[in-house]
Design a protein around this ligand. Structure first.
Ligand code: OAD
Length: 234
C-alpha cells in the first residue's frame, strides 16, 4: 500500500457480516455445524430434498429483515465513493448488507439470497418471498424457482471479470474470510503473482494468512474503517 495504489480489489466473506448478527460458516456453532453442506448447498442435496433446501434459504432470506449493516460495510461504501482510483468489491456473501451499507456496485460471486434462478427458463429475477410453496417464475410462470445461490460443484459468478481485475490491481484486500473455499481462497496468490500488494483483515489468521504481505487481526467493524481512513488520507 503506497501513495501509488490506484486500483483495489476487495474480497469479503462471512466475517464482515458477523457483527451484524449473521452466522459465519465455520465458527463454532456456525452454519456448517448446524447443517450438512452436502444437504443444503449442493445440486444433489436439492435434488434429494428440495423442501429442506428451499426452507433453509427461506429462513436465511427472512433473517435479513432483522439485521443491519455494520461500520465495516459502511466504510467500504465510503471508500468506493471517495477513493480516486478503482475499487472492485467482490463478496462471497449472499446477504444484502453491502448494498444496504451504501455500496453501489457489489459483485456477488456466490449469488444472492434475494434473487431467484428459474430452472425452467434459466432467467434470474429479484426475489424477496419464500420459495417453499413453489411460487411461479415471474418470467415464464413455471413453478421451478431455486435460490440464485452458487452451490458446491457450481461455477461462481463473473470469474473472468474478477481474474482480469486481480491481474491488474495494485492492492488486494481480503476481509472476514477463512480462505477455505476456492476459487476465492486463491485470489491472494493470483494478485500477488501479478505484483499487487496484499492485505488481510480478519479476526484471526485465516488458512491462507501466510500468502498475504500484511495481516491485521481484529473485528471487521474496527479494522475496516481504520484502513479506509488510511486509504483516503493518502
Ligand atoms: P467462514 O465462516 O469460513 O469464515 C469467516 C471468517 O471470518 C473466519 O476466518 C473468522 O475468523 C472471521 N471472522 C469472524 N468474525 C469476524 C469479525 N467480527 N471480524 C472479522 N473477521 C471475522 O466464511 P467464508 O470465508 O465467507 O460458500 O466462507 C466462504 C464460503 O464458504 C461461503 O461463501 C460459503 C461457504 O461454504 C458457499 O456456500 C458456496
Amino acid at each position: 500500500m503506497t501513495n501509488d495504489t490506484r486500483s483495489i480489489v476487495i474480497l469479503t466473506g462471512a466475517g464482515i457480516s458477523a457483527e451484524s448478527g449473521i452466522d459465519t460458516f465455520r465458527s463454532a456453532g456456525g452454519l456448517w455445524e448446524q447443517h450438512k453442506v452436502e444437504d443444503v448447498a449442493t445440486p444433489e442435496g436439492f435434488g434429494r430434498d428440495p423442501e429442506l433446501v428451499l426452507g433453509f434459504y427461506d429462513a436465511r432470506r427472512a433473517a435479513l429483515a432483522s439485521v443491519e449493516p455494520n461500520a465495516a460495510h459502511r466504510a467500504l461504501a465510503r471508500l468506493a465513493s471517495q477513493y480516486s482510483g478503482d475499487v472492485l468489491l467482490v463478496t462471497q456473501n449472499v446477504d444484502d448488507l453491502h448494498e444496504r451499507g451504501g455500496s453501489k456496485q457489489v459483485l456477488h460471486m456466490h449469488g444472492e439470497l434475494k434473487r431467484a434462478l428459474c430452472q425452467s427458463c434459466e432467467m434470474r429475477s429479484a426475489w424477496d418471498a419464500p420459495m417453499l410453496g413453489r411460487p411461479k417464475c415471474p418470467i415464464c410462470q413455471s413453478p421451478s424457482l431455486r435460490p440464485d445461490v452458487v452451490w458446491f460443484g457450481e461455477m461462481p459468478y463473473q470469474m473472468e471479470r474478477i481474474y482480469a481485475a486481480l491481474s491488474t490491481c495494485d492492492l488486494f484486500v481480503s476481509i472476514g474470510t477463512s480462505g477455505a473455499v476456492y476459487p476465492a481462497a486463491g485470489f491472494v496468490q493470483e494478485a500477488r503473482g501479478a505484483g499487487a500488494a496484499t492485505l488481510e483483515l480478519n479476526l484471526e489468521p485465516s488458512e491462507g494468512s501466510h500468502f498475504f504481505a500484511e495481516s491485521r487481526h481484529g473485528r471487521a467493524s474496527e479494522l475496516v474503517p481504520a484502513w479506509v481512513d488510511e486509504m483516503l488520507a493518502n
